[in-house]
Design a protein around this ligand. Sequence first.
Ligand code: TGC
Ligand code: FAD
Length: 392
Amino acid sequence: MATDLFQSPDYYQLDELLSEEHLLVREATRDWVKKEVTPIIEDYAQRAEFPKHIVNGLAEVGAFGPYIPQEYGGAGLDQISYGLMMQEIERGDSGVRSTCSVQSSLVMYPIYKYGNEEQRKKYLPKLASGEFLGCFGLTEPDHGSNPGGMITNFKDKGDHYLLNGAKMWISNAPFADIAVVWAKDETGRIHGLIVERGMEGFTTPETHNKWSLRASATGELVFDNVKVPKENLLPNKSGLGAPLGCLDSARFGIAWGAIGAAMDCYDTALRYAKERIQFEKPIASFQLQQKKLAEMITEITKAQLLTWRLGVLRNEDKATSAQISMAKRNNVDMALKIAREARQMLGGMGISGEYSIMRHMMNLESVVTYEGTHDIHLLITGMDVTGIPAFK
Ligand code: TGC
Ligand code: FAD
């Protein structure tokens, strides 16, 4: 079992910008991660297995639906608390944060925002408590960056819908109890449907051989003439904007989460550099190593400021999708670069599972791809500042 010596960097005294509640939420999540995640996660990642036993703990710490109102089982917290939770959880592992992002922003959020009262009451408390785990099916084998081209579809059969198609690269799919699935109706309009495990014709084969996000289960969703009850359609929003609205919430959490992974890599490299002796001196005394550390703490601090401001805007309901996209792109790119530099600072030990850095680095290769690739996010900013979409 690994000993967790993590110390959080706060170079610009940003804690002064946080409320008592924010600090309490962050400390509680940090303590829980130190106790339940970092000691075991390397083993699970090596075995490519999701640590299912931590689901109850994640629910107890409030990581499933942090900002969903308490009447539906959520924690009723603000957006900065949600962000801080994701930061602390991804400090442990991006795959564990993924499970929380999917559950909160991609399953609970659409049911809360686009569902009716019966659907909210039926699903949200069970998702908040971890009794149910959910997944989100948008990506298809032939439609990743361009989800609007999806071919998964449903037909109105009078007393039910008949769903056909397939989704791939779906986090939590292999064991999810429910899936929020995006599919086209007979007119080509996109809607969200809640598909439950056990419905005839619905299967969730697991995706193996991943070098990244190994402690998170990924799979396909296959729909072969699945009869979906009519009451399982999310009635209050349709069109591509509906799934993209969920992505805004998840990308916001990822922007914070990536800081956690970066902080863990920086902290590990700093400690190692002070202890590791070469040429009769700690390697931290060499200018080239100091340059790496100086650049890391600078980038982490800039990312912390970006997300804090974005959190304030989200709390005021003023953050635009393009602002969220920028923070996701910037912070994940920042974390990936820091992980690569930190890994080098540990020399040969950098590739060992004794340290968290290589695992973070490999995880971040998924994080920079999912929820919109780095390049798609560049195009979103490009479109926002020029007014000209360059996707097609
Ligand atoms: P476009 O024509 O720009 O927009 C279509 C409609 O959507 C509206 N819209 C939004 N609405 C709400 N929130 C947003 N963020 C929105 N962005 C756009 C837009 O106004 C329009 O509405 P309307 O009424 O005019 O029709 O769409 P496009 O087809 O050109 O595509 C735009 C693009 C490329 C930016 C978008 O499709 C995109 O973001 N692609 C990336 C795909 C992606 O991020 N997939 C993520 C899959 S889920 C996932 O990865 C989970 S990982 C889980 C984990 O483990 O953490
Ligand atoms: P493609 O869209 O084929 O892109 C390939 C390359 O082309 C990329 O570099 C991309 O940037 C570039 N590209 C594409 N279009 C353009 C363009 N217009 N201009 C310039 N460059 C372009 N999806 C879900 O729905 N639910 C999930 O839970 C989920 N979990 C995931 C978990 C993991 C571990 C991974 C790896 C992915 C997950 N995804 C999920 C899917 C993820 O969102 C997609 O992989 C991502 O959106 C990219 O789609 P793609 O893989 O098809 O790549």
